[in-house]
Design a protein around this ligand. Sequence first.
Ligand code: ACO
Length: 333
Amino acid sequence: MYTSKISGLGVYVPDNVVTNEDLSKMMDTSDEWIQERTGIKERRWIKPDSGDTASSMGAKAAEKAIANAGIDKKDIDLIIFATLSPDYYFPGGGVLVQKLLGLDTVGALDIRNQCTGFVYGLSVADQFVKTGMYKNVLVVGGELHSKGLDKTTRGRTVAVLFGDGAGAAVVSRSDDQNRGILSTHLHSQGEYAEALTVKHPSMTKWVPEVVADLDNLTYYPFMDGQLVFKHAIVRFSEAIQEGLQANNLTREDIDMFIPHQANLRISQYVQKKFGLSENQIHNNIQKYGNTTAASIPLALTEAVELGKIKKGDLVVIAAFGSGFTWGSVVMRW
Ligand code: ACO
């Protein structure tokens, strides 16, 4: 078996900053409510005429990750693209990333695991690299939420949470046996698929049927927030514990924990449970909101750029999201 590691990281966020104050002009909400419940101060939403999409933002982040890895685009062997806000119903956005990057006809795989999408993507990349099939796999998470949110008081519980953006990582074969991705663990529980969902349009109810029913709001995200919260804190903890145990490590070994940025209160609950100090966790939901598949690379890249992650550090990533899906990645940086 080969060793795999993250060799490059990159992010892209739209310039347009939307503060909680801005939201309070669109719906009945307040900076105080949003910050108290979620920790979010502002998020990025694309300007409607910007032309940005999940895949175009993903491609911009990917360009930076490839440059950061110090490789050439032609060295990418496979693209893995995670999003819940695709440009098209089909084909998936992976092929659009391939086109925008001008890559050779490498494979493009789409991941539909929402907030856990990047963890699933890293896990798939890790398998391809460890088995020797590929040397460099590009994992991209890109999200364009702002066009699909109900920005009225009716949709305020969900609309205030989500932001647009993208992040990418290059997962590469490495010669260093002591560093790299140590383990990945993936889980799902479809019993709760409807607890956090955009149901339609889909083949169970296509566009004409949705449009014909004025009371039908199933094209907006639905979230049972309290149920999601309760499951998230349990599953985050399980995922971390499972990853640590698989590597004969304990919570004392964690140098940096990068949680999916679902809600600052969820991250803080998990931080407290594992007895982690402020230096052992990195959150940036305050600036970007929940960017689902993009949130982990956005936080990981920032932590690396701030010098919070150093060579040899034990980095634990965990995510939970719609599906329900959850998982972890444990890495020696
Ligand atoms: N501004 C002001 N008031 C609001 C807002 C808002 N944006 N949203 C809801 N309220 C009101 C409600 O109407 C309700 O009012 P009422 O008491 O008069 O009926 C009150 O605030 C409390 O509403 P709840 O929904 O009970 O609020 P809760 O304390 O559960 O917080 C929240 C909501 C923040 C969404 C919380 O449930 C949560 O964080 N859940 C987890 C969310 C999450 O992590 N989602 C991402 C998952 S990952 C993925 O895959 C997408």
